[in-house]
Design a binder for this molecule. Structure first.
Ligand code: SF4
Length: 301
């Protein structure tokens, strides 16, 4: 659906893998809004979108779906961390949306680790029964000190505990991990830790995105003031290669084709691992760091 026809607030973000999914804004901003590397929602504070506006957008979405005779079966709820809503509020949203789009099977959204923590096991089971699934979770790294330095608001033990609770409730989760987040000199260590975490939490999909120091982020200040040094591209690709070599989940889909990634990769770990590793090895071999720095401008993307 054309988002120009919708009434929305601020810049909107959705995962690249949801490019064909119906998008609906039910909240604005992020409850945390303090991760040092992130500038996504700095222009708005977290609040609910007025129900009249949500209903208007649902009517518009339904109208277009009816014209094309394509009932909406999957919906991505925006903005950041819609899962921070209480289980009762989420149930209300699901029921409201189903009044307009009863065929929806999957309600997906960003979810912070601490927002899973606030739900009981029974609530998770109930949400799964309502169709809440495929949550996008920014685990970011397998290194505890990096989570703390980046002000993620949860630690590694939280990541593992909450992912395991989702698995027990039958809620699939997509792990968002950031290559280069540990900074220069820690790529190999970070790759090993990330693989260990992924093997433990068993996501359905893992998305690897390369760190970009975004303008206006706290990390930009850290770089300028010498508290953080970015890893070079070969180190980042080596970190990625270590992850691919060590993840043992054959059914997991790995997606690393974001515009921020220099080597686009996508595939299942079981059948596509060797092809993806070969691709990284070729790029490490061919990499001219100096030329790369001059031509690949991540912060301007
Ligand atoms: S990374 Fe996610 S949780 Fe952190 S500030 Fe950005 S949107 Fe919020």
């Amino acid at each position: 659906m054309n988002m120009d026809m919708m009434k929305t607030e601020g810049t909107l973000y959705r995962p690249p893998l949801e490019a064909k999914t119906f998008l609906l804004q039910v909240t604005a901003g992020c409850t945390h809004n303090k991760c040092r590397f992130c500038n996504m929602y700095r222009d708005k504070s977290f609040h609910m979108i007025d129900e009249d506006i949500v209903r208007y957008n649902l009517r518009e979405g339904k109208r277009v779906a009816d014209i094309y005779q394509r009932p909406v079966q999957r919906i991505f709820l925006m903005d950041g961390d819609v899962f921070s809503l209480s289980a009762d509020r989420l149930e209300e949203k699901v029921k409201l949306i189903r009044q307009y789009m009863p065929q929806i099977e999957t309600f997906t959204m960003y979810a912070a680790v601490r927002s899973i923590q606030t739900k009981t096991d029974d609530e998770l089971l109930k949400l799964r029964a309502l169709g809440v699934n495929d949550l996008y979770i920014g685990y970011e790294t397998g290194l505890d000190d990096v989570l703390s330095k980046m002000n993620k608001g949860s630690d590694l033990a939280d990541s593992i505990t909450q992912a395991e609770r989702l698995n027990r409730a039958g809620i699939n989760h997509n792990a968002l991990m950031i290559l280069g987040l540990a900074g220069k000199g820690r790529g190999a260590e970070s790759g090993e830790a990330a693989a260990k975490l992924i093997n433990r939490i068993k996501p359905k999909v893992t998305r690897l995105t390369t760190l970009s120091v975004f303008p206006g982020s706290d990390l930009e200040k850290d770089v300028k003031e010498g508290r953080f040094e970015e890893a070079g591209e070969k180190e980042i690709l080596t970190e990625e290669k270590i992850i691919l070599e060590n993840v043992i989940l054959d059914d997991m889909y790995l997606w690393a084709s974001h515009v921020l990634n220099s080597t686009p990769l996508a595939g299942y770990m079981g059948k596509d691992r060797d092809r993806m590793i070969k691709s990284i090895e070729e790029d490490i071999e061919d990499m001219d760091e100096e030329l790369f720095r001059k031509t690949f401008r991540r912060q301007h993307l």
